[in-house]
Design a protein around this ligand. Structure first.
Ligand code: URA
Length: 253
């Protein structure tokens, strides 16, 4: 048995806090009866309905893909462009997975997909300080002053980026470009590109090498693998600093 708000959050419908607000507002039903008690416990046999929609209680699945360039980090696209979920669907993945955060159309590399909304929310929240490691090829020769600025935080349109780990990997004098590794915890829209633009070195190529401790070694662009159960647990530990007490269905593999 688990707390109702936790079950709702895990389904990906909304965050735990918003789930609590929905329960208090009388918008949640368990087995067709409105429940407004926050402590209510439910099991996988109960039918939970949020604002008239029954939430799925399918087994949780976790994948990591080496996202290729030329696809959108989404489940579907109104303009019928290729979306990252297509790569998994083609290989028979049927669960209602979605990408954890976003990589741009032209960005490649490590991207997690899951149907576990709770883990996704935990991983994406900047306060949980999950490493996102990017390898950047940018225009121009980056100097130590630029590295210092990137490390200490950059003022963008409406926010200042948090401290980042930044290392110059190499410079290419002939092509006037540099390769830089940057680790951030936030995931603001176009964040890395905007940071490099702000210091006068527009990004030419961007690859996410690692998400937390997960990389895509051995996976060609478009290939994916299941994240192992011990890795899933490790992600929870990283995000919450607690060992997960989870008694719901994880698909065994
Ligand atoms: N930052 C960006 O600018 N783009 C990405 O795809 C990821 C991080």
């Amino acid at each position: 048995m688990e707390r109702l708000q936790k079950v709702i959050a895990r389904s990906g419908v909304t965050s735990r806090r918003k789930a609590e607000a929905l329960i208090l507002a009388g918008k949640v039903k368990v087995n067709s009866k409105v429940v407004t008690e926050l402590g209510t416990k439910v099991s996988s046999k109960d039918t939970v309905e949020v604002e008239g929609i029954i939430i799925e209680n399918e087994p949780k699945v976790y994948y990591i893909i080496n996202k290729p360039a030329g696809c959108i980090s989404a489940v579907s696209d109104d303009l019928n462009r290729r979306v990252v979920v297509d790569y998994l669907r083609k290989k028979g993945v049927t669960e209602r997975i979605f990408p954890v955060g976003r990589l741009d159309y032209d960005t490649t590399g490590a991207l997690i997909l899951t149907n576990d909304g709770e883990l996704a929310n935990l991983l994406m929240h900047p306060k949980n300080e999950i490493d996102k490691v990017y390898l950047v090829r940018c225009q121009g020769i980056v100097n130590s002053d630029v590295i210092r600025k990137l490390r200490s935080g950059i003022k963008l349109a409406n926010y200042i980026t948090q401290k980042a780990q930044v290392d110059l990997i190499s410079i290419d004098k002939k092509n006037k470009s540099s390769q830089v590794r940057i680790t951030i915890h936030e995931g603001k829209y176009h964040q890395v590109k905007l940071m490099f633009e702000a210091v006068g070195h527009p990004v030419k190529k961007l690859r996410r090498e690692r998400y937390a401790f997960l990389d895509v070694h051995g996976l060609k662009p478009g290939e994916f693998r299941r994240i192992k159960i011990h890795e899933v647990k490790q992600l929870f530990v990283l995000a919450t600093h607690k060992v997960p007490k989870r008694n719901y269905k994880i698909r065994r593999y």
